[in-house]
Write a protein that binds this ligand. Sequence first.
Ligand code: ARG
Length: 582
Amino acid sequence: MHYVFDQLREQASAALVATGLIAPEQLALAEPKNRDLADLACPIFAAAKAAGEAPPAFSQKLAAAVRLPEAGLLAKVEAAGGFVNFTVRPEALAAAVLAEVTERGDAFGKDSSVGAGEKVIVEYSSPNIARKMHVGHLRSTVIGHSLRLIFEALGYDVIADNHLGDWGTQFGMLLAAIDLWKLTPWDDPDPVQSLVVLYAKYNSEAKEDESLKDLARAWFKKLEDGDVWARETWQKLIDITMAEFSRTYDRLGVSFTTQHGESYFESRMPAVMAEAVEKGVARRDAGGALVVEFDDKLPSCLLQKSDGGTLYQTRDAATCLYRLENYAPARNIYVVGAEQKLHFQQVFEIVRRMGYEKIADVSIHISFGKVSPPNGGRFSMREGNVVFLNDVLDEAVERAEAAMRANVAAGRSELTEEEIPEIAETLGIGAVVYADLFQGPDRNITFDWDKMLQSEGNTAMYLQYAHARCRSILRKASPLAPPSDGGGGGLLVHPAEQALLKQLARMPHAVREAGEKYLPASVADWTFQLAKAFSTFWENCPVLRDDVAPEMRTARLELVAATAQGLKNGLALLGIKAPERV
Ligand code: ARG
């Protein structure tokens, strides 16, 4: 896709290279810090040095030699110390940006040439069966889902994988408890909660009574060996848990292309362990356990316990090899909390030592910090330190709803009573998602409800309100103005209009950067800057006022429509909806 963003750089590069004074590899065009001075700056220090000239003199000479085409996007070239600066032609820029946004619509900002069909695996969410999702899973879900959308926008073929924790000795305990105490937790009103309680109960009783531990081990063995009741019961546990998880995913608008839980890789374990031994990566110790030692680089770990059981590392190593075999991805991304850093270092190193650099080199752990409970708020009260994801979402929606009712009561919103619940859901969930994404994942998060749900500042609501305001302007205008076709750009030369247009033009760059850095925050920041530029425009450039000439009104309405499209597309890449009305 040939975006205005790229055309600007190509036109400046071509003009510079045509002087014969600077080589293509010496070009490093970028936006200057102070955007009031110029739109693009090219540092010329290296070229000046190569020519044996002082930078200021060389940049003078270079700028004087540059010829800009009459009909191009660039109007002016100037020397400035060690830089050559370029300034856009406002009318041309405006027309080009409006045409681009109008033409591309929902695809505006996406650049499928980057990934060109290469495969990327993004593994996210990955909660554990028979457990509740907690806020750590929320972070993984939200960050991973946005990365998936960003990589799709960049033209990658994305495998969105939910690596469910559906295997391990805890299932032996649950099966033992269900059998021993003759229970049917699937009939309970909150079945997953019943499983959580049941597991805790069995676990604590097993601490007193060794025989319960043996029983659990025996049940896990039966499960591994394919005992019919064990398998069927285990499947029921998966089904009831997934029913609950699905409701949460639906609320968040999250989906997956693949859901291969840990159990899926179970049958591959013996071969992986044998290969690790054969290649000298793991060795049997005196007690019969399979040990991997990493010199002093990393602490050693096990691939098999002395009782024959496999470990989390074994399952992940097997998963890596499976992915190499089946997808040969360009990237293999894990969105998992920072506390599992060592685990992934070990897994990637094991796979590398086994000779599979091809997957080790492209495997990346995108780790994120912790979520602290807020001061006050309901969900901080539940069971110790664990914060459940559904409680967070419920509270966010309740608070959004209260804020909206206050707006309606104060005459600041046109919503009707019936519209409120659905839009409150969108705004409440958007607030939680955005609060996670607008800063880098490595940051720890505290839920600050008041800050998160503000309609001013760097929040989802601010962006959603800006979008709804644009849409409302367009609705009000439709009887006044002919439908826009993206052709009125030439009039938009006011500095506030130009700033807004230039911010729109940067979207493809923000999306590419988000993919390179695995950072949805790049898109969030772009969207926030767009909303801010829009509010400056709105304060300075009347649109619907009677004294605005019809052609000007049409041009400004086109800009408003393009802004709405940009806000919607930016939010969409974060997994956030932009309602028409708020
Ligand atoms: N199920 C694990 C948990 O809830 C996360 C799994 C992460 N993914 C992986 N391939 N190990 O902590």
